[in-house]
Ligand binder design. Structure first.
Ligand code: IPE
Ligand code: IPE
Ligand code: MG
Length: 244
């Protein structure tokens, strides 16, 4: 990445885990008189430019919200498009990402609504890249924060864990990705100020950066801007200001 883009970035305080709500595809398309699905298609360049930027910045974990448990409420044509699109993304990019040492993972429910061919592609991409030690790219797909907590509690009950043994640690251990640190930074595009059921447990102390940029226009430079904003924040975790 060119040095000017990275100016003002402290290489010693790069967030370990960045999570992104890729929002605004529909509005991007509407502004151009295109179909909503064209907006999703345009989000592909945004995603892979941003992933490249994340690798260059040395971000260890990068999580993107691709399809929520609530997105099934969309018109059937759009849902069908998004299923095929996410499968296509893996077909087009998994091998490149593999060559770059990226480990691809998925977080979400594997329920009957997700077409079998999509699940097969997801398994293929995860298997292909399982041994990689570079950045971990987690695609939150058919993901809901509440569903994740429900699934964790179900797993604990199934194991017969006694009520007194249930604590934050045991719940954390039963989330979809127990080995991944909580996001330091969450970015949401398109000017919406909400979480929309993303990583509810994990975001407890994340710094949140909201930007008006619509997802298809988002590029690595915007990621760098968000990291710069993150580095200017004072994370207190309930304590007192570190500079005070
Ligand atoms: C985000 O863009 C993509 C998904 C939720 C899959 P949207 O499709 O939500 O775009 P807007 O919010 O309608 O502009
Ligand atoms: C959140 O965006 C989900 C994804 C980006 C996949 P939405 O567009 O679905 O969220 P709401 O409906 O505006 O809250
Ligand atoms: Mg949206």
């Amino acid at each position: 990445m060119v040095a000017t883009v990275l100016s003002g970035i402290d290489p010693n305080r790069i967030p370990r885990h960045v999570a992104t709500v890729m929002d605004g595809n529909g509005r991007w398309a509407e502004q151009r008189g295109l179909r909503r699905t064209d907006g999703h298609a345009a989000g592909e360049d945004a995603l892979f430019d941003t992933v490249e930027g994340a690798i260059d910045l040395g971000i260890g974990w990068f999580t993107v919200y691709a399809f929520s448990t609530e997105n099934w409420r969309r018109p059937p044509d759009e849902v069908r498009y998004l299923m095929g699109f996410n499968k296509g993304i893996l077909e087009r990019h998994a091998e490149d990402l593999h060559a770059r040492g990226v480990r691809i993972r998925f977080a979400g429910r594997r329920d009957w609504r997700v077409p079998r061919g999509v699940l097969r592609r997801m398994d293929w991409a995860a298997d292909l890249t399982r041994g990689n030690t570079g950045m971990t790219l987690t695609i939150a797909f058919n993901y809901g924060g509440r569903a994740e907590i429900v699934d964790a509690v179900r797993a604990l009950v199934r194991e017969g864990v006694k009520p007194d043994r249930i604590d934050e640690r045991s719940i954390r251990r039963h989330l979809y990705q127990p080995d991944v640190p909580d996001p330091d930074l969450m970015i949401r595009t398109s000017g919406e100020f909400r979480i929309s059921n993303f990583l509810l447990w994990e975001l407890a102390y994340s710094e949140i950066v909201f930007t008006d940029v619509l997802w298809p226009d988002f590029r690595r430079a915007h990621l760098v801007d968000a990291v710069r904003e993150y580095q200017a924040r004072d994370r207190r975790f309930g304590g007192v200001p570190s500079s005070g």
